[in-house]
Design a protein around this ligand. Structure first.
Ligand code: 5AD
Length: 360
């Protein structure tokens, strides 16, 4: 009897995550692709990603642009540079631009509100922000200025592990609470996790997937954890956490990430799920297309100017690093067409906020 795929609970999610029989996994891939097709269709939404600043006040143990990482140069794009990059999203027919940065106090509330207003009035694109943990005043101001969505990964639902890899600044860091507040402000909310963080166990990965549903998330990004030299997780902390997890340590590989992605599609059938850059980084040939065939329906092409892209290495060897924007885009569009999918036109709004009634 094949392992059931209906009425998944935390226990069966964990069993599926640990499954390695190729025949069983074929059933999982097929079901995730069917549910994706029925619930969000064949369009792949392209969201142009602009990495607007690599300044960061946090010292996350995994991240290559954290305050303590050896970054050759810190930058913050000017308003004109941001608007010029956003123009590439327009020229390429994308419906959304994603503005991402480290947690940078130099990005003030009013300055960012001005940027959002300019983009909205000049382009009408949907705007996604991914600027880390911010005050409610800033979040309200940006929403009022026209921001539509906010991405903030909770990284892991294991609160003890989270504290170890994401040192708190002021004792108030609670990403899940911020996500809920942003949903109440009218943002479409996106979150996500890294798969295979040192210390992450199968149980905690199953808990992560369960939480996506609990919080009525609109978008979930899942990528494999990629070790970044010079960070605490690449050193003693990472070794200690892996030793403590022992045989329960989740591997940071594509297969496990794809299983987590497919299960996320089954648990949250109507959400948007990107085939992430981290997936494409550890499997440059098929990472993205496998993601799209196992539940994903979004790609975020990087349209950051090349000189800044090289300085935004959250992990080493990030896909698209040495390509020009045009080549990256041609590769991505070719991948989408080669698997028989179409490129979505328009904003690709979450079906929760588009007011559609959801069956689950
Ligand atoms: N490996 C994989 N993903 C990473 N991120 C940051 N550092 C790494 C890494 N070393 C992810 C985090 C963050 C997102 C912007 O990039 O999940 O939320």
């Amino acid at each position: 009897m094949p392992r059931p795929l209906d009425n998944l609970d935390k226990g069966s999610i964990k069993a599926w995550l640990m499954e390695d029989d190729p025949h069983e996994l074929d059933c999982l891939w097929k079901k995730a692709d069917e549910v994706r097709c029925q619930c969000v269709g064949g369009d792949v939404w392209l969201r142009g990603l602009v990495e607007i600043s690599n300044n960061c006040v946090r010292s996350c143990a995994y991240c290559g642009i954290s305050e303590c990482a050896p970054v050759p140069k810190r930058y913050r794009m000017t308003v004109d540079e941001i608007l010029a990059a956003v123009d590439r999203a327009v020229t390429n027919g994308f419906g959304t631009v994603v503005l991402q940065s480290g947690e940078d106090p130099g990005i003030t509330g009013p300055w960012m509100a001005g940027v959002v207003k300019s983009i909205k009035s000049q382009t009408g694109l949907a705007i996604t922000l991914s600027l880390g943990e911010r005050s409610d005043d800033d979040l309200h101001a940006w929403r009022e200025a026209g921001a539509d969505r906010y991405l903030l990964r909770f990284e892991t639902s294991d609160t003890r592990l989270y504290r170890q890899i994401h040192p708190d600044l002021d004792g108030r860091s609670d990403r899940l609470a911020q996500l809920e507040r942003m949903r109440d402000m009218g943002y479409e909310i996106g979150t996500g996790i890294m798969v295979g963080i040192p210390g992450q166990t199968w149980d905690s990965l199953a808990d992560d997937i369960w939480l996506f549903r609990h919080y009525a998330i609109d978008m979930v990004g899942l990528g494999p954890y990629i070790e970044c030299p010079g960070t605490a997780l690449a050193g003693g902390l990472g070794r200690a956490l892996k030793t403590a997890a022992g045989d329960n340590q989740v591997p940071p590989d594509n297969l496990t990430t794809l299983k987590a992605l497919a299960l996320t599609r089954l648990i949250c059938p109507y959400i948007n799920i990107p085939a992430t850059t981290a997936l494409a980084t550890i499997d440059p040939y098929s990472g993205r297309s496998h993601g799209l065939q196992r539940g994903a329906n979004v790609i975020m092409p990087n349209i950051t100017p090349a000189e800044y892209r090289a300085l935004y290495q959250t992990y080493p060897g990030k896909a698209g690093l040495h390509e020009t924007t045009d080549i990256s885009l041609a590769v991505i569009e070719g991948q989408i067409k080669s698997i028989g999918r179409t490129i979505g036109r328009g904003a690709g709004t979450s079906r929760r906020l588009a007011g559609e009634s959801l069956a689950t």
